[in-house]
Design a protein around this ligand. Structure first.
Ligand SMILES: NC(=O)c1ccc[n+]([C@@H]2O[C@H](COP(=O)([O-])OP(=O)(O)OC[C@H]3O[C@@H](n4cnc5c(N)ncnc54)[C@H](O)[C@@H]3O)[C@@H](O)[C@H]2O)c1
Length: 332
């Protein structure tokens, strides 16, 4: 297939591009490089904004794409609370501009990066796709609103879509050439590994008095290549006109903050000093997926999502690339 990947210079997108190319697809990345990295893109790259309708339409027209994988978005929960306009514009309004450009060019297949943040703080675990969707922040709201737009665009215009609701992406390509490089970094495993590298003195644990086995929050970590693989399966699934599907992508179990830190000590052989801090507002005690629908309907099997593999692959990346992709600012 010919595939356009928005946000393909970012963390999950770049790993997915790698798998697409390995599977023989023709890939073009469309990314504004605000958070992405040119060095992470091994295929044609169009540096552009989703909001740049002319460029988007020209890119779609030139590539005669069969499908779009849509990763481009902002994904900082705290920032979305402080500046919701930024999130509504980028994740929702500019995302809709993409759908309109696709319609104009007759591209009718899309796989969308959704998130477990659409569920907010669920009252029952594990989270199924039918769990009440009640986002607790603008980030989750914009993702849910986009999913709903996909459903209505499907009914009215025949758009075929799969929304993949990722839990916590983690790990890196096992060959050590591709990994996570966010600025700022808010994800737990890279933050802990920074301490192992001597780049930070300690890691903070926000809340040690939750009603969880060791008092710290539980999250569902899933290897970035397992997420990437799900996109290829989703592309195969987009057979029926007008259909809008949604799948949870988590490994299906909760891992605590202390368990992550212990795994990082085990894998790196280095001690990780911790500082216990107060809970953060809006952090649910536990989030983990029921992933049976993705297993059943997509044939998805998370193969690399055991904790030590995720940490070991992330460690290989961070150890080899202690300053990330390390591009001079001008190249971004
Ligand atoms: N990483 C996770 O744990 C996680 C979990 C759930 C959902 N998601 C979703 O998955 C997607 C990818 O996440 P990630 O961690 O790879 O993020 P990322 O920031 O590494 O990648 C996003 C990419 O999109 C680009 N981008 C953003 N806005 C754009 C715009 N308007 N026009 C063009 N390019 C734009 C950025 O430059 C970046 O390269 C996001 O949509 C995110 O919301 C991620």
């Amino acid at each position: 297939m010919r595939v356009l990947v928005t946000g393909g210079a970012g963390y999950v997108g770049s790993h997915t591009v790698r798998l697409l190319l390995e599977a023989g697809h023709e890939v073009t990345v469309y990314d504004n490089l605000v958070y992405g990295h040119r060095a992470a893109v091994p295929c044609p790259l169009v540096v552009g904004e989703l909001a740049d309708r002319e460029r988007l339409v020209a890119t779609l027209a030139a590539g005669r794409f069969d499908a779009v994988l849509h990763f481009a978005a902002y994904a900082y929960v705290g920032e979305s609370v402080a500046d919701p306009a930024k999130y509504y514009h980028n994740n929702l309004a500019d995302g809709l501009a993409l759908l309109d450009a696709m319609r104009a060019q007759g591209v009718d297949r899309i796989v969308f990066s959704s998130t477990c943040a659409i569920y907010g703080e669920p009252t029952r675990l594990p989270i199924t796709e039918d769990t009440l969707q009640l986002p607790a922040n603008p980030y989750g709201e914009t993702k849910l609103a986009f999913e709903r737009a996909l459903r209505w665009y499907g009914r009215a215009y025949g758009l075929r879509s799969v929304s993949l609701r990722y839990f916590n992406a983690a790990g890196a390509h096992p060959d050590g050439s591709l990994g996570e490089d966010h600025t700022p970094e808010t994800h737990l495993i890279p933050l802990v590994l920074r301490v192992a590298l001597g780049q930070a003195p300690h890691v903070e644990i926000y809340g040690t008095d939750y009603a969880t086995p060791d008092g710290t929050c539980l999250r569902d970590y899933v290897h970035v290549l397992d997420l990437a693989a799900a996109h290829l399966l989703a592309l195969d699934k987009l057979a029926t006109r007008g259909e809008a599907l949604a799948y949870n992508l988590g490994a299906g179990r909760g891992i605590s903050v202390r368990e992550v830190i212990a795994a990082c000590e085990r894998v790196t052989g280095r001690r990780i000093p911790v500082v216990e801090a107060a809970r953060r507002a809006g952090d649910p005690p536990a989030l983990y997926a029921d992933n049976r629908r993705a297993r059943r309907e997509l044939g998805w099997v998370p193969r690399l999502s055991d904790l030590d593999t995720m940490v070991a692959t992330a460690w290989e990346w961070h150890r080899r690339h202690p300053t990330g992709f390390d591009e001079p600012p001008a190249a971004r």
